[in-house]
Design a protein around this ligand. Structure first.
Ligand code: SAM
Length: 240
C-alpha cells in the first residue's frame, strides 16, 4: 500500500488550501473524493469566513471540480443542501443526485413557499452495489436539533457521519483512498477509519484538524455534547 500520494502522507489531514493540495496530486491518484463544501453563506470557520464574491466562489468550485475530474479514478460526491444543489448541478451536469430526506420539524421555505425537506449528494461515481437507492430516508442531518443524535465536535457545519459512511461504502472498495479537501473536523476521515478505507484530507483551520485527530484517536469518546435523551433516558434516534 502506498504511504504517500503527491508527497502527502495518507491517513492524515494536511493544513493546506484545497486547490494548492490537489494540484500536487498526480492524475488518477485517489479512488474517490467526497466533500461537504463551504456554501459561501458567511459561516464562521475561524480562519475562513465563507464570504467570497459569488464570482470567486463559483470559480473556486469549478477549479475544485476540475481537479476532482483529473485526480479521481471513480469520481466524486458533493454533499449539498437543497439550495446549493441547483447551482452545483449546472457545474457538474454529468452527476446524479441522491436525495437525503430530512424529517426536520423546523420549517424552511423556498422563495415559492415550498417546504424544503431534502439534502442532496451529487455523485459522478458509479455505485458498486448492484443497486443504490436514490432516496436515503433514514438519515438525520445536522440542523435537526434534538433529532440529530450523532456526536457533535464543535464545528459549525459538521457532516452526518452516517451519510458520509454510506456514500463511501457504496462508491469505493476496502483499502482504497478517499480525498476530502474540505476536511473540517474529520468526519470523512472517521468514516474511512471505521469502514477500512484510507483518506487524505486538506483543511485550512488547524483547530479543526486537532479535533479531527482527537476523534481519530478517541472516537469512542463523546468529547462534546452527549446525544439527547428523551424522558425515558433513551437516545432520540429514530430506528427504521
Ligand atoms: C462544511 S465544512 C466541512 C465539514 C466536514 N465534512 C466535517 O464534517 O467536519 C467546510 C470546511 O472547509 C474548510 N475550508 C474552507 N475553505 C477551504 C480551502 N480553501 N481549503 C481547505 N479547507 C477549506 C472550512 O474551514 C470548513 O472546515
Amino acid at each position: 500500500m502506498v504511504q504517500k500520494i503527491g508527497g502527502f502522507g495518507i491517513n492524515k489531514i494536511h493544513k493546506l488550501d484545497c486547490l494548492e493540495g490537489m494540484r500536487k496530486l498526480p492524475d488518477k491518484s485517489v479512488d474517490l473524493a467526497f466533500i461537504d463544501p463551504p456554501y459561501n453563506v458567511g459561516k464562521d470557520y475561524g480562519i475562513y469566513k465563507d464570504n467570497l464574491s459569488d464570482r470567486d466562489y463559483i470559480e473556486l468550485m469549478k477549479n475544485v471540480i476540475n481537479e476532482f475530474r483529473r485526480i479521481t479514478k471513480r469520481g466524486f460526491g458533493i454533499y449539498l443542501d437543497w439550495k446549493q444543489f441547483q447551482r452545483y448541478w449546472q457545474l457538474v451536469p454529468e452527476a446524479e443526485p441522491i436525495i437525503i430526506f430530512k424529517r426536520s420539524s423546523g420549517v424552511i421555505y423556498s422563495p415559492l413557499k415550498i417546504v424544503q425537506h431534502h439534502h442532496v449528494i451529487l455523485t459522478t461515481a458509479k455505485s458498486l452495489k448492484s443497486q443504490c437507492r436514490s432516496l436515503w430516508d433514514d438519515i438525520r442531518v445536522m440542523g435537526e436539533g434534538y433529532l440529530f443524535n450523532e456526536k457533535r465536535f464543535g464545528h459549525p457545519a459538521q457532516t452526518s457521519l452516517k451519510a458520509t459512511k454510506r456514500f463511501i461504502q457504496n462508491f469505493s472498495e476496502e483499502d482504497e483512498v478517499v480525498l476530502d479537501c474540505f476536511a473540517g473536523c474529520g468526519t470523512t476521515a472517521i468514516a474511512c477509519k471505521e469502514i477500512g478505507r484510507n483518506f487524505i484530507g486538506f483543511e485550512l483551520n488547524p483547530e479543526y484538524i486537532k479535533t479531527a485527530n482527537k476523534r481519530l484517536t478517541q472516537d469512542t469518546l463523546n468529547i462534546y455534547n452527549p446525544p439527547p435523551t428523551n424522558s425515558k433516558g433513551r437516545t432520540a434516534e429514530i430506528i427504521k
